[in-house]
Ligand binder design. Structure first.
Ligand code: SF4
Length: 107
């Protein structure tokens, strides 16, 4: 069961400075190995420098679709969300693979 902390007020928005700057649903999303999972929110027209207001990002179709996944189709949510907001308790540990990719898992 997914319990999105970005929707219950216990996690604030994140920011990625990659390629000009994007707002992300939470700070955990701003890890290079997870950017692919959030690519729908990191499109050119959603870049901070290409909008007039933060609201135009948050209320965009892409963001609303993302929130719809979290609430109504949690099985399609990014693996990051499954790890950090599954409601499962346990310490989250970060490890690096031999190829240098960073991952998190519960211990
Ligand atoms: S990990 Fe996913 S569900 Fe949890 S706060 Fe971040 S974006 Fe929201």
């Amino acid at each position: 069961m997914l319990k999105p902390k970005c929707l219950n007020g216990s996690q604030c928005y994140g920011f990625s400075n990659i390629k000009g700057g994007y707002i992300l649903p939470c700070c955990w999303c701003d890890k290079p190995n997870y950017h692919e999972e959030f690519k729908s929110l990191m499109q050119e027209h959603l870049k901070i420098t290409n909008v007039d207001s933060v609201e135009s990002i948050i209320y965009s179709k892409e963001w609303q679709d993302f929130y719809d996944i979290l609430v109504n189709r949690p099985e399609e949510a990014p693996s990051l969300c499954q790890t950090f907001c599954s409601g499962v308790t346990g310490k989250i540990v970060t490890y690096t693979t031999p190829k240098g990719n960073e991952h998190e898992r519960r211990k």
